[in-house]
Write a protein that binds this ligand. Structure first.
Ligand code: NDP
Length: 490
């Protein structure tokens, strides 16, 4: 077994070719619920990136991996899925102590990540090549081949699921992968890589480089040996990576930020809708790309909805993430809490009314952690900064609307287009509005349902490409067309 976070050595090494490697520099992983240092973690330098890419290239070309049949790759992916469930407690603990998510959510995310490996095992051994209609004396077919080395760069909010979403299809597709996790959540990927080695994945096929975006991420995406880049994170970082990929002419998938509208029509089941709105924004302390952070309420029910919303928001329990029954843990870092506080200060200065929260918790037992109360902001328009920019925290902006046209114009008045919720009893209207909103995912009378079998991604500044689903494996393959001549006289 590697020296992963489950046995807490110092400093934790990164992983190249199945071997632990300690970098010259280190950074600290801090538990946001307590302010305590979890451990020191090695920074992979650009020289380490060079070495890692060379090792991954060699592993990708080696007959053992290149010639492995899809059903044999699938067997390894199934074993990884099982290995993750066997180490579910360890994985959930790692995520909880690094980003502060409540334990119930961490456990659910282990199960989800494990099932992602299972899903792509099944896709890998069933999805075929195509024989295409021929227009002459030949047999034409299209095969789908791996790129070689894929870089997977991930954010801190849900490392287990985000990493599985990239690693499982990229491996199923036959690539070697280098994961660069966020410096906030560096070690879940190491634990999964250890599980993968134990499951029979050849060394060098899954590597993990810990470090910062500047020291490790940037040299990785610039490296000529990296033939495809899959990134999830903020829109500005995505733009930087997109520019590099364009310059290098390598394909890139970008899953970026959001400012998703959750729309409540007057005819909705208000109790169910308000419960969905509260979960949609405050689960994970609002640190979710698909958080429904702009609530549009039809004016006729505005007062009633605000009353119900305040009651539900104030009933949420904010506390230590390992205590059962907590709705929200801390924010993922102290720096991120300051950023969220800056947005709320900005909302106040702009004349916004803080209907709930807007402060750190009063409980002195939570003083040492990066906690922040669930916050409702009203009285502003879509022009306000707090209603336009992604906060990525527990802050919901409430905006009234009058009719469908007004609603669609307001909801689409954003640079983003990741997700949308619609609450109404009228399914014709639901479908009309769902078609009109710029978003990669629309939920009707539900929110934040996700399925590995359903494509996911963003419109506009929320990204390029779609992960998940059967096409999620094709993202990591390039098509090759072959013509076999059948003309007996040639
Ligand atoms: P960042 O964009 O800051 O970072 C994402 C990853 O990129 C991290 O691993 C980071 O490293 C790395 N990175 C930073 N700069 C560079 C660079 N120049 N070159 C290469 N790699 C780099 O996002 P956050 O981690 O702060 O995550 C929050 C963001 O992620 C939010 O905007 C959120 O909406 C988005 N997100 C989108 C999702 C989606 O599916 N659409 C899902 C989840 C989150 P380091 O951490 O070390 O700086």
């Amino acid at each position: 077994m590697l020296q992963t976070a489950s046995i807490a050595p110092a400093p934790i090494p990164f992983l190249i070719g199945g071997e632990p490697v300690r970098g010259e520099a280190v950074f600290q992983s801090v538990n946001p619920a307590t302010g305590q240092v979890n451990y020191e973690v090695s920074v992979a330098s650009s020289a380490d990136v060079d070495r890692c890419v060379a090792v991954a290239q060699e592993a990708a070309r080696a007959p053992k991996w290149r010639n492995m049949k899809p059903h044999e790759r699938a067997r390894i992916l199934y074993a990884i899925a099982e290995g993750m469930m066997a180490r579910a407690d360890v994985l959930a603990q790692i995520q909880m102590r690094e980003n502060g998510k409540v334990m119930a959510e961490c456990r659910a995310q282990v199960a989800s990540a494990s099932s992602t490996f299972r899903y792509y095992a099944a896709v890998c051994e069933t999805l075929g090549a195509e024989v295409t209609p021929s227009r002459g004396d030949y047999l034409s077919m299209t095969l789908h081949q791996p790129y070689g080395v894929v870089a997977a760069i991930t954010p801190w909010n849900s490392p287990l699921t985000m990493e599985a979403q990239k690693v499982a299809p990229a491996l199923a597709a036959g690539n070697a992968v280098i994961v660069k996790p966020s410096e906030v959540t560096p070690t879940a990927a190491l634990e999964v890589a250890d599980i993968a080695l134990a499951a029979g994945l050849p060394p060098g096929i899954l590597n993990v480089l810990t470090g910062t975006g500047r020291d490790t991420g940037l040299p990785l995406v610039r490296h000529p040996g990296v033939r495809m880049i899959s990134f999830t994170g903020g829109t500005e970082t995505g733009r930087t990576i997109g520019r590099i990929a364009a310059e290098r002419l390598v394909p890139v998938a970008l899953e970026l930020g959001g400012k998703s509208p959750n729309i409540l029509f007057a005819d909705a089941d208000l109790e169910a809708a308000v419960a969905g709105v509260v979960t949609g924004i405050f689960e994970g302390s609002g640190q979710s790309c698909i958080a429904g952070s702009r609530l549009f309420v039809q004016r006729a029910v505005l007062d009633e909805v605000v009353g119900r919303l305040k009651a539900r928001t104030q009933a949420l329990r904010v506390g230590q993430p390992d205590v059962a029954g907590m709705s929200m843990g801390p924010l993922s870092s102290f720096g991120h809490r300051e950023r969220v506080e800056g947005f709320v200060a900005d909302a106040r200065a702009a004349g916004g009314e803080i209907l709930a929260g807007g402060a750190r918790p009063e409980d002195p037992a939570l003083d040492a952690g990066a906690f922040y109360m669930p916050t409702l902001v009203a009285g502003l328009t879509s022009a306000a900064r707090v209603c336009r920019e992604e906060i990525f925290g527990p802050v919901l902006c409430i905006l009234p609307f009058d009719d469908e046209d007004d609603l669609v114009a307001q909801a689409n008045d954003t640079a983003y287009g990741l997700a949308c919720g619609i609450w109404t009893a009228d399914y014709k209207r639901a479908l009309r509005v769902a078609r009109a909103i710029d978003a990669g995912t629309v939920w009707v009378n539900t929110y934040k349902q996700l399925s590995i079998s359903t494509p996911f991604g963003g419109f506009k500044d929320s990204g390029i490409g779609r992960e998940k689903g059967i096409g999620g494996m094709r993202l990591y393959q390039q098509a090759k067309s072959i013509y076999l001549g059948l003309d007996a006289t040639a």
